[in-house]
Design a protein around this ligand. Structure first.
Ligand code: MG
Ligand code: MG
Length: 256
């Protein structure tokens, strides 16, 4: 699959999908509190999709044969869960963190965003993990400029995160987005010469999404075929936003 370069009208389409995603993510964020189940958050998101005439791009998704279709409209990943947590009966507890990763299709265009939310008051070291991951996203997006390459984003994230003593997840990356949830190019959060490093050009629309671990970066997939956890059981955080490359400053599509 080649990289797509979008015109203004197409970027506006991705922005509309991104807006729906952000509105619903804000409702989810506000609903996070001790006692709420991840399944209740999923039901809220499903309802809000329907209200907006939007479709889930997560529910039913299967990355490869043999993986059961994803059953929820949100990925709900708690504490040591990094990504792809399946929403269900688990009730959030004071001091947990929950990553809400959420996407939607509006008029055929895809939106995708994620954030990690504290449940009540969290330990200072956990709050710092969230702050560093959010700052890593900001630094990555700052490099999303025409004339730079994908690895300028990757390097900014990796250098900062590892300099803060945290781990950068290797197995999952950012990506292009548009008519599909995952398009070219791959946007890793680390520099790896085995991955293509294309030039950033106006019209590219990409999801930048650092996944940061408090301990080692090694991951493990649970037997549900979806939930990805840190191998050492330490917490992880994840923030994701969608940005359009322009001839000038990066255009953030996932703002409220
Ligand atoms: Mg994504
Ligand atoms: Mg996402």
């Amino acid at each position: 699959m080649a990289i797509s370069y979008r015109g203004k009208t197409e970027i506006a389409g991705i922005q509309r999908a991104s807006q729906a995603v952000m509105e619903i993510l804000e409702l989810l964020r506000a609903a996070v509190r001790p006692g709420v189940t991840t399944g209740a958050l999923d039901a809220l998101a499903a309802h809000e999709l329907t209200v907006r005439g939007a479709i889930s791009n997560f529910k039913g998704y299967s990355p490869r044969p043999g993986v059961p279709p994803f059953p929820g409209v949100i990925c709900a990943s708690v504490n040591e869960e990094i990504v792809h947590g399946i929403p269900g009966k688990r009730a959030l507890r004071e001091g947990d963190i929950i990553t809400l990763d959420f996407g939607a299709i509006v008029d055929g265009w895809h939106g995708d965003s994620a954030l990690t939310v504290p449940v009540g008051t969290v330990a200072p070291e956990v709050a710092r993990l969230l702050a560093v991951t959010r700052e890593a996203l900001r630094r990555g997006i700052a490099q999303a400029r025409a004339g730079n390459r994908v690895f300028d984003i990757s390097r900014a994230i990796q250098t900062y995160v590892e300099g803060e003593g945290y781990g950068v997840v290797r197995e999952y990356t950012g990506h292009g987005i548009g008519r599909a949830l995952h398009e070219e190019p791959t946007v890793p959060n680390y520099v790896d010469p085995r991955i293509a490093n294309p030039l950033l050009r106006p019209g590219m629309v990409i999801c930048v999404e650092p996944m940061v671990t408090a301990g080692g970066a090694a991951t493990r997939e649970l037997r549900d075929h979806w939930t990805v956890v840190t191998a050492d059981g330490r917490p992880a955080a994840h923030f994701e936003q969608t940005v359009a490359i322009t001839s000038d400053a990066p255009e953030l599509l996932t703002t409220l």
